[in-house]
Design a protein around this ligand. Structure first.
Ligand code: ADP
Ligand code: MG
Length: 325
């Protein structure tokens, strides 16, 4: 079985990742809250409950047309990435898919603890043991994607969900709306992402790579430990200038009680040259990630994948996943 790609999007043709898409009304099977509990630019997310099992889910309803353009293929890509990530504990699980004339509805596992952003709003900074544990779980999700050649490209606290109230929770990645499959020879240059978390190569219109996510992970660690963004300016322009300057500072008033290991972790990610940043796998081996590691935890979650992929030129590329050591 094969998967093909166009501009970093997984395409539908012969895709083994396809799920049955139901044309029945969602409300035949679920009772859905009429009001969304969250909304993004093109999606609304509603709580719904399976009528038979009583299990709660989050229904992400995504409009198929945006500014008069048909973007169904982009939503299908989001579905494929979620399906591909079925076996990863740190990526939100896709349960079912529905389609109406105007929307695609992704019925997702409900992350009852909400966004990591809400924890930051409530408590400003997160203790190092917790921050390290949160980062390790995110890195496990990102390593899983990167092993399959997929860059998330929008890693930020709004797209990181908690299974329960913090801190007795697991962390899962969500929102693969702008994720892209990175292939050698196809250089994707797009302006994507969120100002504070965006990498220098995106701002310079240089090729996107898996390392683009690692920059955002460095920003995230900085934010969790200090309650401040490393490059935030008064205006978007100023923020972008700060990002491209290549200067990262750890002011004493914010980082006075933060360990050198944590700062070293951040410094090895917030590097302008993408190829010099730690990879997801290397990050998982950094002392700051390992030092708080629960010896009981299963460790790096990596599964073998067994299908062949096709790149833009239709050449077969076998994606062999690495096995966790
Ligand atoms: P968008 O592409 O519009 O940003 P997201 O997938 O990020 O869409 O969903 C928007 C918001 O909805 C998230 O930031 C989160 O607050 C909430 N959300 C999305 N999926 C879930 C889920 N499975 N469980 C709980 N909340 C969710
Ligand atoms: Mg989002």
């Amino acid at each position: 079985s094969n998967v093909s790609y166009q501009q970093g999007l997984i395409m539908e043709a012969h895709c083994p990742l396809t799920m049955p898409i139901s044309k029945q009304p969602l409300t035949d099977t679920y009772t859905a809250d009429p009001k969304p509990f969250a909304r993004g630019k093109f999606a609304t997310v509603r709580r719904c409950k399976h009528k038979e099992t009583g299990v709660e889910y989050a229904a992400k309803c995504i409009r198929k047309r945006r500014r008069a353009a048909d973007v169904r293929h982009e939503i299908m890509h989001e579905m494929f990435v979620l399906k591909l990530s079925d076996s990863c504990q740190h990526i939100i699980h896709l349960h079912e898919v529905y389609e109406t004339s105007s929307e695609v509805i992704l019925v997702l596992e409900m992350a009852a603890g909400g966004e990591l952003q809400r924890v930051l709003d409530d408590q400003e900074v997160i203790a190092e043991t917790e921050a390290s544990r949160v980062m390790r779980q995110i890195l496990e999700g990102v390593a899983f994607l990167h092993q399959r050649g997929i860059a998330h490209l929008d890693i930020k606290p709004q797209n990181l969900l908690l299974t329960q109230a913090f801190p007795q929770c697991d962390v899962k990645l969500c929102d693969f709306g702008i994720s892209r499959r990175i292939t050698k020879g196809s250089e994707i240059r797009e302006i994507l992402g969120t100002p504070d978390y965006v990498s220098p190569e995106i701002l310079q219109y240089e090729p996107i790579s898996l390392a683009t996510d690692m920059w955002s992970i460095g920003v995230l660690a900085y934010v969790l430990l200090s309650g401040h963004t490393p490059f935030g300016g008064e205006t978007k322009q100023e923020t972008f200038w700060n990002i491209t300057s290549g200067i990262v500072e750890f002011p004493e008033e914010l980082f006075g009680s933060v360990s050198n290991d944590a700062k070293d972790f951040i410094q090895r990610l917030l590097i302008t040259e993408p190829s010099e940043r730690m990879t997801a796998k290397e990050s998982l081996h950094h002392s700051w990630i390992r030092m708080f590691c629960d010896p009981e935890s299963p460790g790096i979650d990596v599964a073998k994948i067994g299908y062949t992929l096709k790149d833009e030129s239709n050449a077969e590329v076998s994606v062999s996943a690495e096995v966790a050591e």
